[in-house]
Design a protein around this ligand. Structure first.
Ligand code: SF4
Length: 408
């Protein structure tokens, strides 16, 4: 981990940062503890098994940070890329930062990569590490880009964890360097998950909003100090370490199951709202049970078993080709696959942002719609009317009983 000294910063001589442990109420947890202050204690000491996606995310983040240091600070060695995907993400991330950095006057810009900050005067556990920040001294604009490597969970910059995490970093950076920007550009950069507004999403906030958020950090952090702080289930449960054992989440799941036989259209919507929490509970329970089993703990009625195996060649490609030709009479055409064209998303990762725009306008890409999906009305999507035939229009009232309110 590298940190640059306070103003005036030297970009040539990075120094080692003090070791800072992960805060249970820091930037990435802030949206959760704001809504569920008791989660600090409910999740204490619970070790959730590292999910494959989380492991990849940590690796991709480290590689992206190393690539950014190499690109902007020239003081470190070129990173070793463990795989092609993390190399693509790292290259793309450097491009995102360069798009901001290169637009600023060379003597009027500052930058930090993977830089730690402490706000111990606000709360002893208020600290964190921002993926990156860039400050435009001329226009007094602070840019706070945050790299998200997941592809299943789309992170919004306008709300929820994406907004709260980048605001937290912005407060930390401003306090560390005494910046008082006119504008703060919160940026979520998420190359692997589709979003209608693109892979890089920005929200601009003012200094007043940032100051308000600083007060929120104090009040929300202090609210977690009480070991009896309340638990409150919601979308924020998704990455909560307490999810496998949380009594509030369990209660909610049990209520939903008990009432599921009494659905009407009005309550159906309310239950759908709560489904993400139920799914969080289920996946957290599965991963928790798996980690227990891998530690040798016997779970009645369950056992560890191998996943379905994949057959692989035991020799190098050249050797396999040689053997198949020699002993099985196959030709190279029969043995080798045609190379495939990569997906539009994979190709976009190889292009500059201007080229991505050109590609979008080239007519070379079309979006094939594979059916419809039920989403909350708050989702940034356009409503699609179902194609109803005469029989289903006639019978639809028979499928789900309308209650008095909704049938008016
Ligand atoms: S699982 Fe949800 S309700 Fe339970 S502690 Fe975590 S955030 Fe709070």
């Amino acid at each position: 981990m590298i940190i640059w000294p306070p103003v005036p910063m030297s970009f040539c001589k990075p120094i080692a940062a003090p070791v800072v442990t992960h805060s249970p109420i820091g930037a990435s947890s802030f949206w959760r503890i704001l809504n569920c202050p008791g989660s600090r204690w409910a999740g204490a000491g619970i070790e959730r098994p590292p999910l494959e996606a989380a492991e990849f995310g940590t690796l991709a983040h480290d590689v992206a940070a190393a690539a950014a240091r190499f690109a902007f600070f020239f003081a470190t060695k070129e990173p070793v890329y463990p795989d092609n995907e993390s190399r693509l993400i790292a290259t793309w991330w450097v491009g995102v930062l360069a798009a901001i950095w290169d637009s600023l006057l060379p003597d009027m810009r500052k930058m930090g990569i993977e830089e730690s900050f402490s706000m111990a005067d606000l709360h002893p556990l208020a600290h964190g590490t921002a993926d990156a920040w860039i400050y435009d001294l001329l226009c007094e604009i602070l840019y706070v880009p945050d790299l998200k490597t997941g592809r299943g969970h789309v992170v919004e910059v306008e709300e929820a964890s994406g907004y709260h995490q980048t605001m937290y970093y912005a407060v930390g950076v401003c306090r560390k360097y005494g910046y008082r920007p006119r504008e703060i550009h919160l940026i979520i950069a998420q190359p692997r998950a589709f979003h209608p507004e693109g892979a890089v999403r920005t929200k601009v906030v003012t200094l007043e909003e940032l100051e308000e958020f600083e007060r929120l950090i104090v009040s929300a952090s202090e609210a977690t100090d009480d070991p009896m702080a309340p638990l409150n289930a919601g979308e924020w449960c998704h990455f909560c370490p307490a999810a496998p054992t949380c009594p509030r989440l369990r209660e909610q799941a049990e209520q939903m199951i008990a009432l599921s036989a009494q659905f009407d259209v009005a309550t159906l919507g309310q239950y759908l709202d709560k489904l993400p929490q139920l799914k969080s509970k289920i996946s957290a329970l599965e991963s928790f049970a798996y980690s227990q089993a891998t530690k040798g703990i016997k779970i009645p009625g369950w056992m560890l078993a191998n996943k379905r195996g994949t057959r692989v060649w035991t020799e190098t490609d050249e050797k396999v080709i040689e053997m198949l030709e020699l002993f099985f009479g196959l030709t190279r055409e029969q043995i080798l696959k045609e190379p495939e064209v990569k997906s539009p998303t994979q190709i976009e990762l190889l292009l500059t942002s201007d080229q991505v725009k050109d590609l979008a306008e080239s007519g070379l890409i079309d979006t094939k719609i594979n059916g419809t999906v039920l989403v909350p009305r708050s989702a940034k999507k356009t409503e699609v009317l179902p194609k109803l035939d005469a029989l289903s229009v006639f019978t639809k009232r028979a499928h789900i009983p309308y209650n008095k309110e909704t049938s008016k």
